[in-house]
Ligand binder design. Structure first.
Ligand code: ADP
Length: 242
């Protein structure tokens, strides 16, 4: 049995952590439970790449190299997304902010939208665990759902159990690009964690359900909104495999 949590105040939730630490999986688990959208800037950028636009072509080269997209473009991306009506009760951010400049921009944006200060989680996992997870990671090209390759590495016949589409490996999930993404992550992480002094550390090398229960407990006991919080029995989470 899991629980559904509703807040009378909007919530801004930020998931910080290296690539492959399970932020996307947790965002997808928490989103239906909290009734707020999971926003992955990586997914938004990949959709732009798939659109075939000129911007998409330029972005594809950046994503394939593991480098970060410039802060100015990311400001436009995040501002237009958070202004959409489905964000009025809050949102879960996966992949934004990634630099202190982005965090400062987000502070101002949240203020202008009348949102409270964000609750920030810091996912911790070793580089070795990230490498082993990401080199086995597959995703559904159509719905974005995340899967893990069989231990023997065979994936040809694997199809998404939601829509039957073929699963594929992300172009940036190769060892060289993963190392570059990790390097950039660790380069920016200390500044971000100093910026968000009141963050919650999360040990990310555990079962997804165990982690999501911990996040929900922390969210429920968070000092800023304990009284505006109710807990309602609901159906279990969808099962995610990474
Ligand atoms: P991961 O966290 O596994 O590296 P994401 O899907 O979050 O993957 O992001 C994929 C890529 O999209 C990043 O390597 C980067 O090039 C780009 N990207 C996503 N979010 C941002 C951001 N906030 N700022 C700059 N670049 C971003």
């Amino acid at each position: 049995m899991t629980h559904e949590y509703r807040y009378s105040e909007p919530r801004a939730i930020i998931l910080l952590g290296p690539p492959g630490s399970g932020k996307g999986t947790q965002a997808a688990l928490l989103s239906p439970t909290l009734g707020i959208p999971a926003i992955s800037t990586g997914d938004m950028l990949r959709r732009e790449c798939q659109s075939g636009s000129e911007l998409g072509h330029a972005l594809q080269a950046i994503l394939n190299s593991g480098q970060l997209v410039c802060d100015e473009l990311m400001e436009q991306v995040i501002a237009s997304r958070l202004r959409q009506s489905d964000c009025r009760f809050g949102f879960i951010l996966d992949g934004y902010p990634r630099t202190v400049a982005q965090a400062r921009f987000l502070d101002a944006l949240l203020k202008s939208l009348g949102m409270p200060a964000p609750v920030v989680f810091d996912f911790r996992i070793s580089n070795d665990d990230v490498l082993s997870r990401l080199t086995r990671r597959l995703h559904c090209k159509d719905c974005g759902r995340i899967f893990s390759m069989n231990p023997n590495g065979t994936s040809d016949e694997m199809l998404c159990d939601r829509d039957g589409s073929k699963l594929e490996q992300r172009a940036d999930d190769n060892a060289a690009t993963i190392r570059e993404r990790l390097r950039l992550y660790h380069q920016n992480a200390s500044g971000l964690l100093r910026h968000y002094r009141r963050h919650h550390k999360v040990l990310a090398n555990r079962a997804p359900e165990e982690i999501s229960n911990e996040l929900l407990t922390i969210l429920g006991s968070h000092a800023s909104a304990p009284r505006s919080f109710t807990r309602v029995a609901s159906a279990t989470h969808a099962a995610y495999q990474v």
